[in-house]
Design a protein around this ligand. Structure first.
Ligand code: ACM
Length: 507
């Protein structure tokens, strides 16, 4: 981030970016994901002033907008108890149909966001945020003026599930880093964050009935660092922070493979009764829970039960990928019992698409992570699918051969590649109605810091977010790269590191 700021200062010695941006309101054509309809009103602008107040029928969205504006404008931005004649109103009435739909109207005298739910209002406020001057995202008071372009946006998502995934197992990331990532993804209307909480290299969540999972299994990471884990209070703080931003947490306990951290913590979980050492390398496919032991299912029930109890969202992810050390018949037995356990704790199963090799419950969601457009077992499984094709949506793949971070096993993924596919038509033979949505996974074998996460996620995460939100009829690389280029001044103000792809003209 410092290097980018220094470069920016060198290019704009008068601090010209913020000044130039402040002079004219940001156009509707800069919104990511592109709305269903966005109709500017020529010559109309709303100016946020010291007199601007906010009325909100969903307290969270109104309070967050007020806090953002207070920090950067220095104005009082009071919360008022009835819609101001000249001000900002967030109303739970008059919105277009759809649980997450919203309408935004900006006139010379007012800004009105309408939604049918807190989620709709939150979505509308994210669009409004992208129309505010970049400096509105500053942590310190900035000079203004605070102009917003006039017009109407009517919008709703293509898919109900628009996800990001963070692997906190290969490297551990603090609650603050996860909170910051939630803030970043929420700006692009991502509404699920899948946390990969366990893997060979680390177990990252306290389970009271199996305490060594966290204290021992969580004590290291790829490369041998100190690791770490979330207490239940930490996890609940993440869940609450996410919920306030219309983001639902999907916790994953990866099983029966990817379990060395658990097997190292408890000898009795191993078929031979011997605990392996902790693992800090990056191989996959070498560990398996002992599918023939009844204790394994007691373990799964207690782990899932404790996690389900602190997870308000509907989904619980059981992994199921790369179980190369589990015989196929044992894999099916295990996954089928694990699904029943998740269902008994009131949650809907999500699994990596490998779970179609067992007998997925009718409600089980398969997350497609393959590198090809053909997988007949997944296409014909008759189950809902989350699309995360590794060669398009994996944010840990390098942008090109020179990218200092990341991997290449699924290829390199430039911004145009990440954007250039249709989740509804990607997997041959999968009926488009079976696609629940998209998810952009961020695996962290090579990523250790918040800056590392940001550099790999931005700008590809907004590309995947647009695939999840916007109607495919709006798909257009040239238009998208223009919208994307308009995001970078805000990332600089927010302190978000990003890869300045030469495919995009950055403002
Ligand atoms: C995966 O990348 N093993 C889901």
């Amino acid at each position: 981030m410092k290097a980018i700021l220094a470069l920016l200062l060198a290019l704009y010695p008068l601090g010209g970016v913020a000044e130039a941006a402040a002079a004219a309101p940001l156009p509707f054509s800069s919104i990511v994901p592109v709305p269903v309809t966005a109709t500017p009103a020529a010559g109309v602008t709303y100016e946020i002033t010291a007199a601007t107040t906010i009325y909100s029928e969903a307290p969270g969205a109104g309070d967050q907008l007020a806090q953002l504006l207070r920090r950067s404008t220095g104005y009082p931005v009071a919360i008022v108890t009835s819609p101001p004649a000249s001000g900002i109103s967030l109303l739970l009435s008059g919105a277009p149909a759809g649980a997450e739909a919203y309408q935004l109207d900006v006139t010379a005298s007012s800004i009105v966001v309408r939604g049918n739910s807190a989620a709709g209002l939150f979505n509308g406020v994210q669009t409004l945020r992208q129309l505010l001057p970049y400096a509105a995202d500053s942590q310190t008071v900035q000079p203004g003026p605070w102009l917003v372009a006039g017009g109407r946006v009517v919008d709703q998502p293509r898919y109900a599930y628009r996800g990001a995934m963070l692997d906190v197992a290969r490297h551990f990331f603090s609650v603050d880093t996860v909170r910051a990532y939630i803030d970043q993804i929420a700006l692009y209307k991502i509404n699920y964050l899948h946390l990969h909480l366990s893997d060979d290299q680390g177990w990252r969540i306290v389970v009271d009935s199996w305490p060594r999972l966290a204290t021992y299994g969580g004590s290291t990471a790829v490369g041998g660092g100190p690791g770490g884990y979330y207490t239940k209070a930490d996890y609940q703080a993440i869940v609450a922070h996410a919920a306030a931003r219309n983001v639902t947490i999907v916790p994953e306990i990866d099983m029966p493979g990817h379990t060395n951290a658990a097997l190292a913590s408890y000898a009795e979980l191993n078929c031979n009764g011997v605990a392996p050492p902790l693992y800090t390398g990056t191989d996959v496919g070498f560990s398996s829970l002992c599918t023939a032991k009844e204790l394994t299912y007691t373990f799964v029930d207690q782990v899932i039960g404790e996690l389900a109890a602190i997870t308000p969202g509907p989904y619980l992810h059981i992994g199921g990928d790369e179980a190369a050390s589990t015989l196929p018949a044992d894999y099916a037995t295990f996954v089928n019992r694990a699904q029943q356990i998740v269902a008994a704790h009131g949650k809907t199963v999500v699994g990596w698409h490998d779970v179609v090799n067992a007998t997925p419950l009718p409600s089980t969601v398969a997350q497609y992570w393959g590198t090809t457009q053909r997988n007949t077992a997944v296409a014909n499984a008759g189950r809902k699918v989350i699309m995360s094709p590794a060669s398009k949506a994996y944010l840990d793949m390098k942008y090109n051969r020179r990218t200092p971070l990341g991997q290449t096993w699924a290829g390199t993924i430039e911004v145009k590649d990440a954007y250039g596919w249709d989740p509804g038509a990607y997997l041959t033979g999968l009926p488009s109605g079976q696609v629940l949505g998209v998810e952009a996974p961020l695996w962290t074998e090579t990523l250790r810091t918040a800056n590392d996460l940001e550099y790999m996620a931005f700008p590809r995460l907004p590309a995947i977010a647009e695939l999840g939100w916007s109607p495919y009829a709006t798909h257009n690389w040239t238009a998208f790269r223009g919208r994307l280029g308009a995001q970078s001044p805000r990332w600089r103000v927010m302190g978000v590191d990003f890869y300045p792809s030469t495919q995009v003209t950055w403002l």
